[in-house]
Design a protein around this ligand. Structure first.
Ligand SMILES: Nc1ncnc2c1ncn2[C@@H]1O[C@H](COP(=O)(O)OP(=O)(O)OP(=O)(O)O)[C@@H](O)[C@H]1O
Ligand SMILES: [Mg+2]
Ligand SMILES: [Zn+2]
Length: 271
């Protein structure tokens, strides 16, 4: 069996996909993509002009789509980009109070710094975003992932409840379990979205500990989003894991007067 390092060199998740069928099926063979055939190059990827071949502009787009699937990110997260970050969701109803906006801007700035740091140096601190439902935690994590993928960085985006399901499914069948866990331990940038109050078992708690502990030891950055306070995290994940998260991450709180999903809903229905 190949080591993970070899897999990373040889297009790591492609290999995983073959073995575990990890990647969602919204992939290259869907009918929508046939309709999306490039009108310029007819999907050959190159255009020939005066006997010289140039890469077609659709190639960059295809590369992004590929990376996106490899990172296991959901389609809806494609639009989570730094340039789409809206500050007005953090305006307080009491217009004097700028605290929430200041928090959000700190988290936003730290996210951009994080991207710059990852591009220059692959080891360093990660980020932990905490805050209530609909406060923009996943948005920032996805904006980080998108920006890094554009720079060809290897990112794995794991939604923790789904990860727990996968881990439970592989309980006691060690062979399957190893791939995803090894990738999570060794991928240059890992995003753990929604590290919440799920039903952890002793087994899944240990697996999460092992991911976080290995990454801490290797100084590989992890970006985490969570609804939990540190006290609650300790209660659900245990003191050893929480303590390591504090060591490995800069912590930012996002706060809103109103769930951003509700703010967006109201905008949509007002139109
Ligand atoms: N600053 C922002 N600018 C524009 N859209 C945003 C911003 N923050 C969040 N959104 C959008 O609002 C919705 C909710 O945000 P998000 O999913 O990031 O919340 P969350 O804090 O992760 O919530 P949960 O705790 O439920 O996971 C999403 O559609 C997201 O794209
Ligand atoms: Mg979220
Ligand atoms: Zn093309």
């Amino acid at each position: 069996m190949k080591s993970l390092k070899e897999l990373i060199q040889a297009d790591y998740l492609d290999e995983l996909k073959k073995r575990r069928d990890l990647v969602p099926t919204s992939g290259s063979s869907s009918p929508t993509e046939i309709q999306n055939q490039c009108p310029i190059c007819f999907d050959r990827g190159i255009i020939v002009k005066d006997d010289v071949a140039y890469p077609c502009s659709c190639m960059q787009q295809k590369k992004m789509e590929n990376q996106f699937r490899h990172a296991r990110m959901a389609r809806g997260l494609l639009n989570c980009r730094f340039e789409n970050f809206r500050q007005d969701f953090y305006h307080s109803l009491n217009s004097q109070d700028r605290t929430y906006l200041e928090y959000a801007l700190k988290a936003y700035t730290a996210s951009q710094e994080f991207v710059r740091q990852c591009i220059l140096e692959s080891h360093g601190l990660g980020l932990l975003f905490t805050g209530p439902v609909g406060s923009g935690k996943t948005f920032l994590a996805a904006a980080i992932a998108n920006a890094l993928m554009e720079k060809d960085k290897q990112v794995l985006f794991l939604v923790v409840p789904d990860l727990l399901d996968e881990l439970r499914a592989t309980y006691k069948s060690e062979a399957n379990e190893l791939d995803l866990l090894d990738t999570a331990r060794e991928i240059p940038i890992l995003i753990l979205d929604d590290l919440g109050a799920h039903n952890y078992t002793e087994w899944t708690r240990n697996r999460l500990y092992s991911i976080i502990n290995s990454r801490l030891n290797e100084e590989l950055p992890t970006v985490i989003t969570s609804n939990l306070s540190l006290e609650e995290m300790e209660e659900h994940l245990g003191a050893r894991t929480t303590s390591r998260l504090i060591q490995a991450c800069r912590i930012f709180r996002l706060n809103v007067d109103q769930d951003i999903r509700l703010s967006k809903y109201q905008e949509r229905e007002k139109r």
